[in-house]
Ligand binder design. Sequence first.
Ligand code: GAR
Length: 211
Amino acid sequence: MSHSSPFRLGVLGSGKGSNFAAIADAVAAGTLPATVAVVLSDVPDSGILSLAAQRGIPGHHIAPGPFRTKLDESAEAEFIATLERAEVDLVVLAGFMRILKGGFLRRFEGRVVNIHPSLLPSFPGLAAWKQALDYGVKVTGCTVHLVDQGVDTGPILAQKAVPVLDDDTDGSLHARIQVAERELFPEVVRQLALGHIQVKGRISHRRGPTP
Ligand code: GAR
């Protein structure tokens, strides 16, 4: 990973973009020493692209192809080429709802980070807050992890717990998890930008000053 200044982020998302907004706000506030070089989405009318446009950050829709859960070959090539042109140091998955595999992960090996709305390894996959509620756990949260070839299986970089309350609904629990996400994700990206996280195999360590 290059640590030349500025540390360049490529953000991928499919949804409303609140995690992207938290990261872009931290950059704008000067607390995250990075620049958002480009925002890419597989969903043309996604909130994340509107938020990027509002902030004057380059944003592009790339059509994902015919599959529901992954990119087809030409879409994957276009994502890779666009991120390469933007010279990104880190690919940030902020609610990107497609599985990235093979060629993409080889191109950005060890440089793709994801936020997942549960305490992994519990509840990988879709609607993790609903899985937690249905299971009956009393604590859940969010996880920032490096992306590997599995689904939500890569090395864990940081986690933040949130309580599950007796009267929670899917919506109230996801909203509480998202508050934690907006604190955790910019902080972990900051530590990556500063080179303060070292990963050996599955295990990550802080090697710089802790916040
Ligand atoms: C977030 O809660 C994120 O954890 C989740 O999508 C939401 C996106 O919200 N990601 C996944 O479920 C990935 N498996 P946002 O668009 O407001 O950032």
